[in-house]
Design a protein around this ligand. Structure first.
Ligand SMILES: Nc1ncnc2c1ncn2[C@@H]1O[C@H](COP(=O)(O)OP(=O)(O)OP(=O)(O)O)[C@@H](O)[C@H]1O
Length: 335
């Protein structure tokens, strides 16, 4: 195990920032600067499974790319196992593995085994160790019996598990998994979560990004929710649930709900937040209620003239906490 300077976490991001320069427009090309990551800080301790959660474009991949030395930060700093990701990039790379969700990066016409042999060679795994290492990994990711088949016949879940095996060939101590279950059916995704849990049990330090709150809840020791390039909440899954377990949720099914009515509901006394979810023909208004408040009749009052269907009340879930965190107006945002 690689020693970390005493008192230092395995992964540390400190006020990490990254902007992208892009050009917009076809005729009058305008330069635009996108601040994808705006001062992100967190620590991951040895053996921890840390989740970075956020909607599309929140800055998760950009953060990971800086930590794995694929992208230079435009501000702040980060270190992995005590090595700075800019100054000691080579050292960082030696000790990390990463897996991005998606299909690319495998040789379709080679078998799983040949892919692993090829990458083992590329990653400098000593030839004497390759056979055993590959055998162990094939077993760990549940591909035993299929390893001689060509990758072109693999399902997305199988490919993703092969990606994980590939990322582990050089036995890295720290693993970065960027949306590993994206696009995989529920059974495949569950198997993959099992693989990730096994890695954690083996003592790997893992950073996982996902869009799925339940996945983070099941796997992670700690979670940071990122939105608009900033961390808006951090804690254990239980901490985050705590934020919404006081109070309840009222759901109102409507047909043809105008945005002005949603705004009116948001301003009601006792309402913490309101969001709309499309379900078939209906728009379901989901209202998070402050503890002790009773808002159903007020909500229905402000929906005067709107075609209302079923009205129900339920306990909040972790998903509600997440939706509230990622859909609230950012502090200082223009009205
Ligand atoms: N190469 C790039 N050039 C310009 N802008 C970029 C580039 N890569 C990312 N961005 C922008 O930076 C922001 C953050 O993107 P990033 O991919 O880090 O988000 P994410 O949280 O990983 O999203 P997703 O869940 O969709 O993968 C977005 O606004 C995105 O459009």
């Amino acid at each position: 195990m690689v020693p970390v300077p005493s008192g230092r976490p395995v992964v540390r991001a400190h006020d990490l920032r990254r902007s992208y320069r892009t050009r917009a427009g076809t005729f009058r090309r305008e330069r635009k600067e996108v601040e994808a990551v705006r001062g992100v800080s967190f620590d991951i301790e040895r053996g921890e499974l840390f989740g970075l959660l956020g909607p599309n474009g929140a800055g998760k991949t950009t953060t990971i790319k800086m930590l794995i030395t694929l992208l230079l930060p435009t501000g702040g700093s980060a270190e992995v196992l005590g090595h700075d990701v800019v100054a000691d990039a080579r050292e960082v790379r030696r000790h990390i593995g990463y897996v991005f969700g998606g299909d690319r990066g495998l040789y379709e016409r080679l078998s799983a085994l040949d892919n692993l042999r090829y990458f083992a060679e590329l990653y400098g795994v000593p030839p004497r160790e390759q056979r055993q290492r590959i055998g162990e990994l094939v077993e760990m990711v549940g591909l035993t019996g299929r390893e001689k088949e060509r990758v072109e016949g693999f399902s997305r879940g199988m490919r993703q598990r092969l990606h994980i095996a590939r990322g582990l060939l050089h036995d890295p101590e720290v693993l970065f998994l960027d949306e590993p279950t994206i696009g995989i059916d529920p059974v495949g995704a569950r198997e993959l979560r099992g693989t990730i849990a096994t890695l954690r049990e083996q003592g790997k330090t893992i950073l996982l990004t996902t869009h799925y709150m339940f996945e983070a809840d099941e796997l992670c020791d700690r979670i940071a929710v990122i939105r608009g390039g900033e961390i808006v909440a951090e804690g254990t899954p239980a901490d985050l649930k705590q934020r919404v377990t006081a109070g309840h949720v009222v759901e109102v099914e409507t047909f043809g709900l105008p945005e002005t009515s949603v705004d009116a509901v948001r301003l009601l006394d006792g309402v913490r937040s309101a969001a709309v979810e499309e379900r078939g023909q209906a728009q379901v208004l989901i209202v998070q209620v402050r503890p002790g408040a009773e808002v159903t009749s007020l909500v229905l009052g402000s929906l005067d003239g709107v075609n209302v269907g079923r009205v129900s009340s339920r306990e909040p879930t972790l998903e509600d906490a997440y939706v509230e965190l990622v859909s609230a107006e950012p502090a200082g945002a223009p009205a």
